[in-house]
Write a protein that binds this ligand. Structure first.
Ligand code: CA
Length: 225
């Protein structure tokens, strides 16, 4: 699982990265709200650790941006602003937990793991990327809140690509996750579904793109505007 640490204190970023990596998590770091927002738009994270005192804006602004996009990635706030009002404000804006600074790394790791256990599993999750969101359980994809009439296989392909957004998914991995171990799959089946999916997304004005990485597979990300 990959988590995003939003923190401008380099020393703390290093400490958190090492502690979270030791507990088996992959860590990306963002130093300000703008970078964090860009990362959240292009990669699907299991959770966000969010500092509030950031150089470009209040960390709470990131929660507002996430809410507007209906991004339900759980957020743990980490802040020196530990007063009751600050905690309530953070939780009211949708944060899942609030840990005052200074904190013990062990406690942060334990709380983050508790939050990851509570987070909706793959069944109840909503994946979001750009203006596209996928309700995994309901198998419904939406662009800007408008439902896309995607056939089931296209939804399967979309789910795999969205879960690994920003990273390359090999043709074989995609085929085995969409068709299982079924042997009688046409060799160009995945290309056909990718082609149709691109058409659906383009017609709906989705802000995401599916790139073909020659010899490696496919990669989904947010189109640079
Ligand atoms: Ca700070």
């Amino acid at each position: 699982m990959r988590v995003l640490v939003v923190e401008d204190n380099e020393e703390l970023v290093g400490l958190l990265t090492r502690a979270l990596a030791r507990s088996g998590l992959e860590v990306d770091a963002a130093r300000n709200v703008a970078d964090a927002d860009a990362s959240l738009r292009s990669v699907t994270y299991a959770a966000v650790v969010l500092d509030l005192g950031l150089p470009d804006a209040d960390g709470l602004a990131l929660l507002d941006q996430m809410k507007r996009r209906r991004d339900q990635t759980p957020v743990l706030i980490l802040s020196a602003r530990a007063g009751l009002d600050d905690r309530v404000a953070g939780l009211n804006k949708g944060a899942s937990d609030y840990l005052p600074k200074p904190f013990a790394t062990e406690e942060l790791v334990a709380r983050l793991q508790a939050l990851l256990r509570r987070a909706p599993g793959p069944g109840g999750a909503v994946l979001s990327l750009g203006n596209l969101c996928l309700k995994v359980e309901g198998r419904q994809a939406e662009v800007d809140g408008k439902l896309l009439a995607l056939p089931a296989r296209e939804v399967d392909v979309l789910e795999v690509l969205m879960k690994r957004s920003g990273r390359v998914v090999s043709h074989d991995a995609l085929q085995s996750q969409v068709f299982g171990s079924s042997q009688d799959v046409a060799s160009n089946a995945i290309e056909v579904y990718i082609h149709r999916l691109r058409k659906f997304l383009a017609e709906a004005n989705a802000t995401v793109r599916i790139h073909t990485i020659r010899g490696a597979g496919y990669l989904m990300d947010v189109a640079k505007s």
